[in-house]
Design a protein. Structure first.
Length: 398
């Protein structure tokens, strides 16, 4: 493994930040303007949940198709196509096509996000080498930063212009990322064909931990997608004004940025990922319980704990997956399939929580259920020891 020069590492971080910041606004911008959307387009909470569920389903399905597309277009072509797709999907909101437009934009953005999330980790492992965990932290922090910006700025744009403009304006950010991706330094090249160790689906599913990694990622991401969709409506339903309720998602995302930078770096120093995994899971469990039982009294505390927990869990889930394979392309393929299965699992959570809201009148039971699920993840995390990862890595790289 190589250690990139400091200036090259800076370039890698800046480029991944510009790309990563585009991977959540398409979803995070919906929650803070739900009331404005419902005023123009009559939707139930179950229907609104589809605007978060559909991108996550598309993210899962897109990960499965990613390997074929990478073989045809290469990593560079796939990321270029993905950024164009995200920009076009966001811009579609300006057309004002009602629920159909919202539905198509959600699916399109989800596919673009899927291609980047399935491809970029392999690119990062290729160019960052032994600094992969650190760059992955920066990458995920930028994803969370994108969610924070979307949650805080979209309501402002909605107030002065319209919710359509609030959702569509994020296409400009995708176009900026596309410009810098196409003009990146030649030292940040994607893997050559000679380095492209392609794993078949049969090889991937034979990795003993594949299903464990996929379920672990999926259940952890279920907590994030549910918060993304329903945290602002939770506080709106308790009487908070929309701007203040939306700010709680911004705060959650801002804390996630700090967590995404801190916990991967900590695990890089420790070597053993498990103590960090258990810590972020315990923070999440306490946050979900507080949000369920005392949402008003502990609003800031519960949101902060959830930001630390969820913000640390997402990058750690990707890092422990890539730990299993040394080859960058093969590691990217494993990560793509883990995310594919995982996002399909996670896509259920906003829908289930929306249904619980319609039936039971609140989100408290959904938050409590997630606390129970995350308790199960603590026990799953105990098996992610370094020795076991090495054995599984050797099984697919010989």
């Amino acid at each position: 493994m190589h250690f990139p020069a400091s200036h090259n590492l800076m370039s890698i971080c800046l480029l991944t930040m510009l790309i990563g910041i585009n991977l959540r606004p398409s979803m995070a911008a919906i929650g803070p303007v739900v009331e404005s959307i419902q005023n123009d387009v009559p939707l139930s909470f179950i229907q609104v949940s589809l605007l978060t569920t559909l991108p996550v389903i598309a993210m899962g399905l897109g990960c499965f198709a990613n390997g074929v597309i990478v073989r045809r277009m290469g990593m560079s072509g796939v990321i270029t196509l993905a950024l164009i797709t995200i920009a076009a999907s966001d811009a579609l909101h300006w057309a004002g096509l009602g629920f159909v437009g919202l539905w198509v934009a959600a699916l399109g953005a989800g596919m673009g996000i899927a291609f980047i999330q399935a491809t970029l980790p392999g690119f990062i492992k290729h160019v960052a080498g032994d600094k992969t965990a650190l760059v992955m932290g920066v990458y995920v922090a930028s994803i969370m930063a994108g969610a924070a910006l979307a949650a805080s700025l979209t309501p402002v744009i909605n107030h002065f212009l319209s919710w359509q403009t609030g959702l569509a304006a994020w296409c400009l950010v995708a176009l900026v990322a596309l410009y810098f991706w196409l003009r990146r330094d030649q030292t940040l090249s994607t893997p050559s064909q000679a380095e492209n160790k392609q794993l078949s689906f049969d090889e991937i599913v034979r990795i003993p931990r594949f299903w464990t990694l996929a379920i672990f990622f999926g259940l952890g991401t279920a907590g994030y997608t549910c918060l993304l969709a329903w945290l602002p409506p939770t506080f709106s339903g308790l009487g908070w004004p929309p701007a203040r309720a939306g700010f709680m998602l911004s705060w959650l995302s801002a804390v996630e940025v700090v967590a995404a930078l801190t916990f991967p770096a900590l695990s890089h120093r420790m070597g053993d990922r498990r103590p960090v995994l258990i810590l972020v899971l315990m923070l999440s469990i306490v946050g979900f319980v507080l949000l369920s039982q005392w949402p008003i009294q502990t609003a800031w505390l519960s949101t902060t704990l959830l930001g630390l927990g969820i913000g640390g869990l997402f990058p750690m889930s990707l890092i422990i997956t890539m730990d299993h394979i040394d080859n960058p392309v093969a590691a990217g393929q494993l990560t793509a399939w883990v995310q594919g299965i995982g996002y399909l699992i996670a896509s259920i959570s906003p829908f289930v929580a929306g249904a619980m809201k319609d039936v039971l009148g609140g989100f408290d039971q959904a938050w409590l259920l997630l606390g129970v699920i995350f308790t199960g993840l603590v026990f799953m995390s105990l098996q992610f020891n370094r020795a076991g990862m090495t054995r599984h890595m050797n099984a697919v790289t010989v």
